[in-house]
Design a protein around this ligand. Sequence first.
Ligand SMILES: [Cu+2]
Length: 360
Amino acid sequence: MSSIFLFAILLLGFVITFQIAKASEYVGILKGEKKNLEQNNRINGFLMIVFLVLGLIGVWWCNDLFKGRILGEAASDHGQKIDQMLYITIGITGVVFFITQILLFWFSFRYQHTENRKAYYFPHNNKLELIWTVVPAIALTVLVGFGLMYWFQITGDAPKNAMEVEVTGKQFNWIFRYPGKDNVFGKKYYRNISDKDNNMLGLLWDDEHSHDDIVVSNTMYLIVGKPVKLIINSRDVIHDVGMAAFRMKMDAVPGMPTTIWFTPLFTTVEMKKKTGDPDFEYEISCDQICGRGHYSMRGEIQVVTEEEFILWRAKQQPNYTEVMKAKEPPSTPVAGKDSTAAPAAKLKLNTTSKLVAQTK
Ligand SMILES: [Cu+2]
């Protein structure tokens, strides 16, 4: 309701100003052209001040309206640095904004045309130009420098204790792979990708390291306080891993893995309390328009304690086990198929014993 009122007041103000201007124009015509010019000048000068005051109030009002509504507290160490950098940038540019806007409109009002004054001709001043070039250049270099430093940090080497998760974007969801007990990702080959055979990443079963790799869709589990390195891929077009709560974003490019690392600072449960929102979930969005279902590429991230993570991982079946289970022959052996059934059963036995070892 109040916004309708505000809009009505603004509209009324505009109509009144327009009518006054129109009326004074007619008066001006009656009085003669010179008087008309002076009057127009005064009205324009006055409007400059009105615009300045209303504009600054508007900026303040907007800022107040959206305070705390946009992103909330950053939930990663890197995110906190990004926020700090953003506030410093807004602080510096904000001060410059207020000074320049006030000067701009005040000067237009104060030094409007009069018959009694002639403009001072001031074509060039080296010292002034040097100051207004060098000072912003230094300020911007420092700001950009910090940005670059943080960028090199998150795209550079992760700490030795970091866990690794492979994130693969596809039209239209996310696939996450964990290296399993051996901590090594098995090899994969894009031609082996087959959703029908439940091999969404094209893992090569010849490589032993792939046998304990855990592949899950849509929800990624991370450990609170433990650095995580994401190895990012795409199966088809360019996607982009966007994690607003962590202030992280990285393109997922087919055939060219990209990496970022960060440390989540709060568990999902802690964030529910912090935000006062019982439905809060860390979100992974696709930040690159990638096709018709782009909007639906929403994944979730569960940040949990180390114990909870171990428990979750123990419950997951390696992709290999799932695939071999599906290939398992019917209980009554069919003649002629025995030769393939034997190795499959043997392989299954292998992974089951591995699983047991893992849960221990
Ligand atoms: Cu996408």
